[in-house]
Design a protein. Sequence first.
Lengths: 473, 187
Amino acid sequence: MNKDKIVETMGEMDPEFVKEARPKSRSRLALRIGAAAAAVLMLVGVCFAIPKLVNNPGMQEPQKPSVSNDPTMRPVQLEEGWLAAAPGELTFVSYTDPVSEAWVKALGERKAAGGDIAPMDGFMRDLTLELMKEGGNVVWSPSSVYLSLAMLAESADGSTREEILSALGAADMASLRKSAAAILAAENYDDGKVKSLFANSLWFNKENLVNADTVDRLAELYRASTYWGDPNDPGYEEAMRDWLKENTGGLLDDSADKLEMDPRMLLEICSAVCFKGGWGVGFDARYTREKAFRGAHGDKTAEFMYKQNPSGKHFAGAGFKAAVDSIGESGNSIIYLLPDEGVSIEEMLRNVDVGGILANAEEGGVNLSVPKFDISCDSDLIPALKGIGLSECFDDNGANFTQLTDDAGVYVTKVDHSARVMIDEEGIAAAAFTRIEVGYNGGMEMTLDRPFVFIVTGVSGAPLFIGVVNNIA
Amino acid sequence: MNDTEIIKLYFDRDERAISETRASFGGLLLSVAKAVLRDRRDAEEAAWDACMAAWSSIPPNKPANLAAYMGRLARNAAIDLARRNTRLKRGSGEAEAAIDELGDLACKSNTEDEAVERLVFRRVLNGFLSGLTKKKRAIFVKRYWYLLPVKEIARDMLMSESAVKTQLSRMRAELRELLMKEDIYCE
């Protein structure tokens, strides 16, 4: 059969195969690129070179084309438009005094978009209890980890997915997506009083096949920006770290600098949150006093701030007291929980229901004496996640990530979480990021960074050379 | 108008068959032809040629799936037009590169009966495709049915161009191996 006949007979492929491989519509992509690029600029503030094919009058010139000259480091949706990211633009209404109708309307819409937090409540409590087993301070962002694991669940299938759903307290993917969408819709804003910005991103290894439908879904549902590059390229790794730094407002630069990309990675799922806000009723610095904090490992002097907040709320639970203090003007709050004397933190947490406290806290004001703090944690979440029932996703032979790839031996290799929360008289600043690395198994790890022996063998196995390397010249 | 009604127009030799075909499948014909020709005017010409080919071939043919049938005619018309325009010979197009790659599958046949040859080839081809993963199949079909550039496939499939080329090369080799197992083909 000659080439011409083969070309013609190729036209007789099964119509179903032809249909499933239909090329993506160019015009649809172009529209999505514009929206994606605008959203990325708006939400994240990360700026890259804008390709000529994007012709969106609403877009601005890049402020910092830090990675624009390296093709391995560009966000693909901006470079060529093959993947969409955040659909539509995020617009924020600034707080004014007196408040504008637009601000009230935007706040109402965000509150209406909020979902049922009960499933997250259990997840927060269970994982906190696991993290406490390591001792010391614990700080983490349940919302960030929740979103990251939700994206992981999108990539997984079968019992691997079921385990993640169960850990997150979600009945099925539909309810998980609903909860994730609620977080992103309700908690993503900057009104000048409170900044609460979530950003998600996916970092792919350009050498691997992945399911484009899943990537599209992650981009659409989780507003995930997508990047594509070579994990062996230090610039690509650096770009991921820069993304995390940008999206955590500079609060976690040192933590981000510790992250590395494994050359065998298939995907890095990143989720970041940056939160800053002033107190609804501020602390008066004139009342700040040094006092002893009776810590778990002994007393330590701390700067205690004091305020009388007539609009603060309080709640008495089983074995604890709670004070609810407002942040900004939009309904954000910080809940301080103090166990009764003799009651452990673990015991108290088992009885805490955040939704119940917020709903049932009583008016009447609170007088707060709170130490200034700046606490941060860099955590490997894998042991804690195993503690709440995740196991299959960490199994290098048993994990099922077929929603992402048909390749075997793909599993979760790392789950890193860093968080920092600091408060002072003015307000609160907090940030967190989660990085889940999905990679390939195989091969023993060996780093020859101490004395070793090598032997060069011939085709017959004869030792041609042997060396003992005690020192590197 | 549904497919059966359109096909009836062809059988009745009613010229409205052409306009109804264009109304139902115009977008499909254009997109298929444009993937090959990369030029809208040429694609429109190929789409028209495809309608003419339908007029000439129905009857005797009575396609069970009119969309698939028209898509195939549009593809063939686009390839013919590209050849008429001598674009392929000038080495200007990615379609030419895709077609050249199919030269890897060329083989001698022990039969004079072209229909039998095509039948066997089609059976082996579709069997091979059904055994591939969805993604690999999509790569193959995009390249050899739609004749898309490797760059475009890489973009659609989230892969590097070199990875797409490697996959295509492996799949061609596998398909050739399957063809060689058939009695009617030999090296």
